[in-house]
Ligand binder design. Structure first.
Ligand SMILES: C[S@@+](CC[C@H](N)C(=O)[O-])C[C@H]1O[C@@H](n2cnc3c(N)ncnc32)[C@H](O)[C@@H]1O
Length: 384
């Protein structure tokens, strides 16, 4: 097998289970893209991965000992991923890339349908090996590929969208705690459904009382709003995606629930609501990944302060404010800072009720800082 040699000091990354090395972290690189052993400058074998000089991360490491990257290897990885998700039902993230020892691969399970995303050149090159192993482990009715994310473009890979195995209905049926969402795959965001907010949605349902008013900002298909409506609350959902709101509307109608909807840009819609509506006991802000590069941080923080300012104007006394970030660069400290700034502007006193992170089926590996991506701070208005 060909070999890539880590520079002195950079071997520590691999020894500490970080699954990648940049080109400038290599003392010597193989001649061509392919499966490669990774060694320290002293010649000690550190692991086995895939080398591709065109990838942002030149070596992706898949195992931290010697051995082939063959079907048997991937069968074991998928079986392990499955084992860790026992008891989660039929709708969960089965593979969360690096955090499941499979850099570049995401697999979400929606009943008998799997939705996969292939995010890097290594996983793309190894497709003929891992795909049969995935099929053998899960025996799905069908697999849909949704490889159209930015990461893939940065790797210089073309989009891949469509059915890659078996049969996949045009509409994905997602069931979460009794709520049934019918999401047309052609219109869906991400892999179709934000499975990562499931536990926060449960928390909201527990905190909501009949008669509350709940404002679900960045609602997508209304996972939060519908749960609130189910508890007897008045719910208003805001999103710019008309298709997602259409799914929300149909879901509500089918389950005989009522959710009001506003389509538009979140900040503008909130500004329009201030002074024209009763306060809300729950305000949820779950924006998309707003910061993709560190230099965007100051501008986005300012935007969040503005957004939070409007949210606080709409928040009832003793009400709950939920703020999520799925951007790696906006961590808990930034969420607390922007909320403190907005609260100061609005003269509101808040307490931190809870902080939650991506759930167990989206594992957070200690060794891969990027695998902590979803943070939610739940504040409560705490006037003296
Ligand atoms: C992280 S998702 C929300 C997931 C949702 N809370 C759930 O539980 O399924 C972010 C949502 O924000 C919406 N969005 C993005 N930019 C927006 C904007 N400027 N104004 C309103 N909605 C926006 C997207 O359409 C997407 O549905």
């Amino acid at each position: 097998m060909q070999r890539a040699v880590a520079k002195v000091g950079k071997d520590k990354k691999i020894r500490n289970f970080y699954p990648g090395l940049f080109a400038d972290e290599l003392q010597s690189a193989p001649e061509a893209a392919g499966i490669t052993q990774v060694c320290s400058a002293e010649g000690q074998l550190l692991g086995v991965g895939y080398y591709d000089p065109r990838s942002r991360v030149a070596v992706r490491v898949y195992r931290f000992e010697d051995g082939p990257l063959d079907k048997k290897f991937f069968l074991r990885r998928f079986a392990r991923a499955q084992e860790k998700r026992q008891g989660l039902g039929e709708f969960y993230r089965l593979v969360h890339a690096e955090a499941d020892g499979l850099p570049g691969l995401v697999v979400d399970r929606f009943g008998v349908v799997l939705v996969v995303q292939v995010r890097n050149r290594a996983m793309e090159a190894l497709r003929e090996i891992w795909l049969p192993a995935l099929i053998e482990t899960l025996r799905p009715g069908g697999i849909y590929e949704r490889s159209d994310m930015d990461a893939r473009r940065q790797e210089g890979l073309p989009e891949r969208l469509g059915v890659i195995d078996g049969e996949v209905p045009a509409t994905l049926e997602v069931v979460e705690d009794g709520l049934v969402f019918a999401i047309p795959l052609a219109l869906a965001q991400k892999t179709g459904f934000y499975l990562d907010q499931r536990e926060n949605r449960r928390l909201l349902e527990n905190l909501t009382r009949p008669g509350d008013r709940v404002l679900d900002v960045y609602s997508y298909v209304g996972g939060f709003a519908l749960r609130a409506a189910r508890k007897g609350a008045y719910a208003l959902a805001i999103d710019k995606d008309l298709d997602a709101l259409g799914v929300l509307d149909q879901t509500a109608a089918r389950q005989k629930l009522r959710v009001d909807i506003r389509q538009g840009e979140a900040l503008g819609v909130l500004e329009g609501l201030v002074g024209k509506t009763q306060p809300f006991q729950q305000v949820l802000l779950d924006p998309p990944a707003l910061v993709k590069k560190p230099d965007e941080l100051p501008r986005i923080k300012r935007h969040l302060v503005d957004l939070l300012g409007q949210a606080l104007r709409l928040l009832a006394k003793d009400g709950w404010l939920w703020l999520s970030s799925c951007s790696y660069y906006i961590g808990v400290d930034e969420l607390l800072e922007v909320t403190r700034r907005a609260a100061a502007d609005e003269g509101r006193r808040l307490r931190v009720h809870a902080i939650t992170y991506n759930p167990a089926d989206h594992p957070w590996s200690l060794h891969v800082p990027e695998s902590l991506y979803l943070k939610t701070v739940i504040f409560q208005d705490d006037a003296l």
